[in-house]
Design a binder for this molecule. Structure first.
Ligand code: C2E
Ligand code: SIN
Ligand code: SIN
Ligand code: FE
Ligand code: FE
Length: 505
C-alpha cells in the first residue's frame, strides 16, 4: 500500500475501539478513534484525509445514524460503515438506508471487516476515478434542469437525451410501466427501429420488464457472456447495454400492491459510440439520473393531479353560486374571459392571466352564505339587507383562504377585493388605488360590465350605451382609470366575447 489509508473508528466502548484499531493497523491502515460523535466530527473537520468511518450505532448523545448524516456533510466522500450487535440488526439496516455503506456485526469477524473495508475502498476508488468534479457538476446541472420541468412529455424527452449524451449512447428508450404493471410502453426512443414508437411489450418477455419487476439495474458488458439475459433480448444490434429502473419514492401513494408498481419507468441505453463497451461509471451516472428523473416524474404527475382537482373544485363551486343566485353559467364564463383579456392587455404574463381566468369565476362564492330571501329579493334592498350582502366578500375569502395552490389563493383575493373601489369607498375594507390587488381591480370591471348588461331579479338589463356612460363616469372613482382605458381600447374584443357567450343560445 503506497500510502496508508485513514480510517476513523467511533465507539463509546474503549474495548471495541482498541480491538478495531488493532485489527486494522495490522492490515496496514492508518487508524484514529473517537469516543463519541462530537469528537469524531471535530476530527473530520480538522483533516480531510479520512477514507472510511466505522461507527457504533447506540451511543449516548449522538447516535451512529446522526453521526453518519452529519459526517456526510463535512466529508461527502467518506464511506461510513456501522458496527452493531445482533440485537440492533434492524437499526443497522436503517443506517444503510441513511447512507451507511455497509455494516459489520459485533463480535467482530476478522475476514468480514477486511472484506468490508476492501469493498469500501474499492467504492472510493471508483468514485474518484469516475465522478470527477466536472462530471459531478454536470450531473448536478442535469438534475436541476430535470427538477424544473413541469410537463411529463418534456421531462421524458430531456431525461433520455441527457442520458444518451452523458454515456455516449446512440440508441436508447424510456419505457413507462402500465397502471397494472403488466405492460411496458416505449414513451420515448432514440435510434430505435420505426415500429417501436409507442410499442407495448409484456413485462415477462423484455429486458425493461425484468428491470421493472426486479427493481434492479441491469448492466451487461457483453450479452454473449450472459445466457440468462440473452433469451430476453429483443433485436439488440450491440452486445453491451444498461437498463435502470426509475423507482417511485412516495411509498404512501403506491397502494396495496407494495413492491409491485414500485418502478414507474425504465431507462435503456445501448450502442455506445465507436463500438465501445459501457462501464461501471456509465451505470453510476445513469442510476443517479434515473433517481432524479423518478422524483421529478412523480412530482409532475402529482402537480397535474392537484391542478386537475383544483379545476374541478373551481368549476363545481362556480356552478353552486350560479344555482343559488339564479345567475346563468354564462355570466361567470364571460367574466372569466373578460378578465383574461384585460389581464393580458394590462401586462400580466400568460400564466398569471390564466390563473386569473380560472380564479375569477369564484368572485361571488361567498353568496352561498347569503339567505335566499335577500339574495333573490325581486326589488331594491334595504340598507340592512345590503349590509348582509356585503358580507359575501369576506365570506368568500374565508372559504378560500385555507386552500393551497395558486388558483384558489388567487380566487381568495378576488373574492375579498372585487367590490373595493379605486377611490377607497368600496367594501369590505375601503382599500384604494394600487392597494387593491390587480386581480381585484380587473375582476371588478369585468363583473360590473357583465352584471349591468344582464337582467337580474332586481333590475333590467342595461343598453350598452348606458353601461359605457357609467364606465366613463366611474373611471378613477369605482374603477382603476388605467384598466378602464384598457377596457375601452379592447371594447371590440370584449363585445366579441359577450356575443360568443350570450345567454340567449
Ligand atoms: P351582482 O348582481 O353580481 O352585481 C355586481 C355589481 O355590479 C354590483 O355590486 C354593482 O357594482 C354592479 N351593479 C349591478 N347592478 C347595478 C345597477 O343597477 N346599478 C349600478 N350602478 N351598479 C350595478 P354591489 O352593488 O356591491 O352589489 C353586490 C351584490 O348585491 C350584487 O351582485 C347583487 O347580488 C346584490 N344586490 C345589489 N343590489 C341589489 C338589489 O337592489 N336587490 C337585490 N335583490 N340584490 C342586490
Ligand atoms: C392551473 O393549471 O391550475 C393554473 C396554472 C398554474 O398554476 O400555473
Ligand atoms: C402549487 O401551488 O404548488 C400547485 C397548485 C397550482 O399550481 O395551482
Ligand atoms: Fe360580488
Ligand atoms: Fe358577479
Amino acid at each position: 500500500m503506497a500510502k496508508a489509508e485513514r480510517i476513523l473508528i467511533v465507539d463509546d466502548e474503549i474495548v471495541i475501539r482498541e480491538l478495531m484499531s488493532d485489527i486494522l493497523t495490522d492490515e496496514g491502515f492508518s487508524v484514529a478513534s473517537a469516543p463519541n460523535g462530537m469528537a469524531a466530527l471535530e476530527m473530520l473537520q480538522s483533516t480531510n484525509d479520512f477514507v472510511v468511518l466505522f461507527t457504533d450505532i447506540m451511543m449516548p448523545e449522538m447516535d451512529g445514524i446522526e453521526l453518519i448524516r452529519k459526517a456526510r456533510l463535512v466529508a461527502p466522500t467518506l464511506v461510513p460503515i456501522v458496527m452493531t450487535g445482533y440485537a440492533t440488526l434492524e437499526t443497522a439496516r436503517a443506517a444503510v438506508k441513511e447512507g451507511a455503506y455497509d455494516y459489520v456485526l459485533k463480535p467482530f469477524n476478522l475476514s468480514e471487516i477486511k472484506m468490508s473495508v476492501t469493498n469500501a475502498l474499492e467504492r472510493c476508488r471508483l468514485a474518484n476515478e469516475n465522478a470527477s468534479l466536472l462530471e459531478i457538476t454536470e450531473l448536478f446541472n442535469i438534475s436541476e434542469r430535470i427538477a424544473s420541468i413541469r410537463s411529463e412529455d418534456m421531462l421524458l424527452e430531456f431525461v433520455l437525451e441527457a442520458a444518451l449524451q452523458r454515456v455516449e449512447a446512440e440508441r436508447g428508450s424510456l419505457m413507462l410501466v402500465s397502471e397494472d404493471g403488466t405492460q411496458m410502453t416505449v414513451a420515448r426512443g432514440v435510434g430505435l427501429p420505426q415500429d417501436y414508437d409507442n410499442a407495448a411489450v409484456h413485462v415477462k418477455n423484455s429486458i425493461s420488464g425484468w428491470v421493472a419487476e426486479n427493481v434492479k439495474p441491469l448492466f451487461v458488458e457483453d450479452i454473449r457472456q450472459e445466457p440468462s439475459v440473452d433469451k430476453l433480448s429483443w433485436q439488440l444490434r450491440d452486445n453491451s447495454f444498461i437498463s435502470v429502473p426509475l423507482e417511485r419514492k412516495s411509498s404512501a401513494l403506491s397502494g396495496p400492491e407494495g413492491e409491485k408498481g414500485r418502478v414507474i419507468a425504465v431507462l435503456n441505453v445501448t450502442e455506445k459510440r465507436n463500438q465501445k463497451t459501457f462501464t461501471e461509471a456509465d451505470l453510476k451516472i445513469l442510476s443517479i439520473m434515473a433517481n432524479h428523473a423518478a422524483a421529478a416524474l412523480e412530482n409532475v404527475r402529482l402537480l397535474r393531479d392537484v391542478e386537475d382537482a383544483q379545476r374541478e373544485i373551481v368549476f363545481t363551486l362556480g356552478e353552486i353560486v350560479e344555482t343559488r343566485s339564479q345567475e346563468t353559467g354564462f355570466h361567470v364564463k364571460r367574466v372569466a374571459e373578460y378578465c383574461k383579456l384585460l389581464g393580458l392587455k394590462c401586462g400580466l404574463s400568460p400564466a398569471e392571466a390564466e390563473i386569473l381566468r380560472l380564479a375569477s369565476p369564484l368572485h361571488d362564492v361567498g353568496k352561498v352564505g347569503i339567505p335566499d330571501a335577500i339574495l333573490n329579493k325581486p326589488g331594491k334592498l334595504t340598507p340592512e339587507e345590503f349590509d348582509i350582502i356585503k358580507t359575501h366578500a369576506t365570506m368568500g375569502y374565508d372559504m378560500l383562504k385555507v386552500t393551497k395552490g395558486h388558483v384558489l389563493q388567487a380566487a381568495a383575493v378576488i373574492a375579498l377585493q372585487h367590490h373595493e373601489r379605486f377611490d377607497g369607498r368600496g367594501y369590505p375594507h375601503g382599500l384604494s388605488g394600487k392597494d387593491i390587488h390587480i386581480f381585484g381591480r380587473i375582476t371588478c370591471i369585468a363583473d360590473v360590465f357583465d352584471a349591468l348588461g344582464v337582467k337580474r331579479v332586481y333590475k333590467e338589463a342595461w343598453e350598452l350605451d348606458r353601461i359605457l356612460d357609467l364606465f366613463r363616469e366611474e373611471q378613477g372613482k369605482q374603477f382603476d382609470p388605467e384598466i378602464t382605458d384598457v377596457f375601452f381600447d379592447s371594447l371590440d374584443e370584449i363585445l366579441a366575447i359577450r356575443d360568443s357567450l350570450s345567454d340567449i343560445e
